[in-house]
Design a binder for this molecule. Sequence first.
Ligand code: GLC
Length: 734
Amino acid sequence: MSHNTYYDKHALARAKDLLADMTLSEKLGQLNQFSGEDGHISDHLRANIQSGNVSSVINEVDASVVNELQRIAVEESRLGIPLLIGRDVIHGFTTVFPIPLGQAATWCEQTIEQGARIAACEAASQGVNWTFAPMIDITRDPRWGRIAESLGEDPFLCARLGRAMVTGFQGTDLQDATSIAACAKHFAGYGYSESGRDYHFANISENELRNTVFPPFKMAADAGVATFMTSFSDLNGVPASGNKWLMDDVLRKEWGFKGFIVSDWASIEDLSVHGLTENNAQSAQLAANAGVDMEMVSRCYAQNIPALLEAGTVRHSDIDAMVTRILYLKFALGLFENPYTDSSKFPERANLEHLEAAKQAAIKSCVLLKNDAHVLPINTRLTNHIAVIGPLADDKYEQLGTWIFDGDERYSITCAEAMRAKVGNNGHIHYAKGLDTSRTFSNEGFQEAIEAAQQSEVVIMVLGEESILSGEAHCRSNIDLPGAQSDLLDEIVALGKPVVLVVMAGRPLTIGAETDKVDAVLYAWHPGTMGGSAIADLLCGDAMPSGKLPVTFPRAVGQIPLYYSQKMSGRPVTQESFVHQNDIPIRAAQTSLGMASNHLDVHFSPLYPFGFGLSYANLQYSEVMLSSQQMSAHEPLNVSVDISNESDFDTDEIVQLYIRDLVASTTRPIKELKGFRRVHVKAKSKVNVSFEITEDLLGFYGQHNTRITEAGKFYVWIATDSASGEYKEFSLVK
Ligand code: GLC
């Protein structure tokens, strides 16, 4: 579906008509986003709105203040142009859903669309009409704090989940009072920022950009996302906010994107800090000529474009195009007819329906990583004394995660609370924090935790990262459990009771040492408002774990970047060739160590692979069945498996389709996700799941950076994760 499908030609005509009436000063005013003032309206802001210098305000969410801002714009400026009210509504508004990385673990477009729809409704009730989401940066670096906001490492999965967010935020009609404009960010390459540090240099070939980084953005553009945001990062020496190839050649000319582009926060001003320009005037010129329409908060445009127009280094025609794109969205949103919000006409924020949706999303986002001896699910009728221990076990705020400006922790249900409700009067929850925070090194709380465990039949440890340890600019060089959490776990494990580890974090953590010691592991990410309730339902069998990892878990931080769709290399490592450092004989000969692509001190496999996630059911996959040994553009291939559930548990399973292109004009990944489907498999039953492989699905960008398909041999898997299953071979014939 192309962007034109969404394009409102009437709104465009109205924008052009209005443009014709505007003075230059009023046109330039439409390029400026001002920061809100925490429920106030200074004389400075009021005067700028009255003189038409303000196009958008970011970070004002008090409905009465927003309505007053709109009233000033509509009634006290010459042309009465309403404002875009922007906010980072990233994974919920008052009702907080799991962080996007957790939502990605649902592999469920419907769940993600519903969460965005609810977030849009709650935000719109306060006057927000533009969100800076979805964040669809591909990243393979869990050191980077913003992996928490991402939809994971894979372009196929990220593209479809990002599209679901766009559709959820924007609804089916942008003029609907509950619809808010979405923003695909951060274009482009931010997730490859060197060494997982934020705001940094990203060295990415065009081939990698086109095959991996661009697809989610292209799908968002095709889905009609209203706006794009430039990335802070320096892409191959040209920071995105001044990168004409990205914004104009690719986004506008090649993809036909008709919406508008907003800079990131002061990212135009940053261009001189990067060293791409000498000063704000040059930055304004570069960004305007690159096609960045609106400047977020900094004043390079306002202070320099008049002179640049005089000098002829910025063209009036470009300014007219920028202003038209911004006015178009305001007309398309219906703001000229309905600039004000009436909160009373919206459902109550954090109402029971919204909270239940957040709970269901959290249930689907948790990933069961281990369940030895079927410790889970806990039968609370038989197990009456349960310990719940850890700094994140009863913290209403920390479970919300990063980017929750408008979350309200009063609605949070923690793990401890939910477990108390679960066992009711016929059981007892023995709670201890053990550590004051996830970063505490003192062991003064250990004894209380040990005593709680000693009184219990099973122990639930809730460990991980506080929310501040992930998100923007919160990058870690070491992604172990912080503080003395691992020591606390050791003390509890030493008691010999069954231990269930629940992890709340904004990223994959290198927790191999810990997961080896416990009986079960449930990865909850930062699960949002209803996280505790979701976790308790999963641990006690009132809900079935179905989540699958959207990102690879490395064994050691030194393996990063580690991801399933890596290239083969000329010397791939095998189980046979791998020799661990501890097993190398003294004076071993130089060439005695397998001579392959691996580290000496860690096994080459991930701790947990992309797509991995256990269930309580015992699912068996048949071999892959093919409709033929070969396919062509006119004869797609049908592939299928039977999945049998031998257990007594009904369960959902996310079935994954992978392919490998064995020989091509550029080296191809050893595996690529090309389909996924959530299926329900009843106890003691079998289902057949099939996928169609079309020639287009096998396409890629080759040496000349054009999208091609090539005849030849392929492998195909249909499996429960990226490391399982046996492939079958087929050929594409031209
Ligand atoms: C931040 C982030 C961006 C966000 C914007 C507005 O610095 O990079 O994702 O939308 O500024 O808060």
